[in-house]
Design a protein around this ligand. Structure first.
Ligand code: AP5
Ligand code: MG
Length: 219
């Protein structure tokens, strides 16, 4: 299991979209799972939406239950690339314990490091596709046809939590927990960091290099 860490807008989803097929891993993003649940109007989805709209983290118990249940599905056995989980030290601890029960573990946690003002710029210009959540940006990654996903032709929309006030609330409320999660993996000797300010393809190559280096040093 690999964990991609980063503040809102750092590029976790963008990189996971590219890396998961390349590494033959299942991409699991708790934010995507909450948005799908909210769209379907399930109790978890409706509860989560209230927190997401305020830029707050969804409570650990709800989040952990949903993620651990998803990890029991057969398609998670091939290996998982986690995006947006764990987000608190408590989530990181529960994940470690659940994996240990299955003789598994987080192999590496990689932080995509991007400064706050760049995060605000990126999230203000983000567009996401309705069908599969493919990620675009008005400036750094525009679609070929405005408003339409290059991959599946569905409509592009702006996420509700990408309003400037909510972006700032997300950064204010979530970055302190992110730093603690980094500490959790640093203490285990598993934390690596890549410069997330570079163009998308260069960040991908840095991530691949960090993973290759990590698997080399684990041998
Ligand atoms: P979630 O969906 O995970 O949102 P997030 O962490 O705020 O992260 P984002 O998805 O906004 O950013 P990203 O890092 O994926 O960046 P992206 O690749 O899209 O969570 C949403 C909410 O759900 C949370 O606020 C919380 O309420 C709840 N939640 C989720 N998980 C939870 C958990 N574990 N516990 C509790 N609550 C939880 O890129 C952003 C933009 O930048 C795009 O436009 C992209 O095209 C562009 N871009 C990407 N890389 C580059 C680059 N290198 N150069 C230029 N532009 C780039
Ligand atoms: Mg994302």
């Amino acid at each position: 299991m690999l964990v991609l860490l980063g503040a809102p807008g750092a590029g976790k989803g963008t990189q996971a979209e590219i890396l998961a097929p390349r590494l033959n891993l299942l991409h699991l993003a708790t934010g995507d799972m909450f948005r799908a649940a909210a769209e379907q109007g399930t109790p978890i989805g409706l509860e989560a939406k209230a927190y997401m709209d305020r830029g707050e983290l969804v409570p650990d118990d709800v989040t952990v239950r949903m993620l651990l249940e998803r990890l029991t599905a057969p398609d998670a056995r091939q290996g998982v690339l986690l995006d947006g989980f764990p987000r608190t030290p408590a989530q990181a601890g529960v994940l470690d314990a659940a994996l240990a029960e299955r003789n598994a573990r987080v192999e590496e946690a990689i932080l995509i490091d991007v400064p706050p003002e760049e995060l605000v710029r990126r999230l203000s210009g983000r567009l996401v596709c309705r069908a599969e959540g493919h990620i675009y940006n008005e400036i750094s990654k525009p679609p070929r046809v405005p408003g339409i996903c290059d991959i599946d032709g569905s409509e592009l929309y702006e996420r509700e939590d990408d309003k400037v006030e909510t972006i700032r609330a997300r950064l204010r409320q979530q970055v302190p927990d992110l730093l603690e999660v980094c500490d959790h993996y640093r203490a285990q000797g598993k934390l690596r960091s890549v410069d997330g300010t570079r163009p998308i393809d260069e960040v991908t190559e840095e991530l691949v290099a960090a993973l290759t280096q990590a698997s080399g040093s684990a041998r």
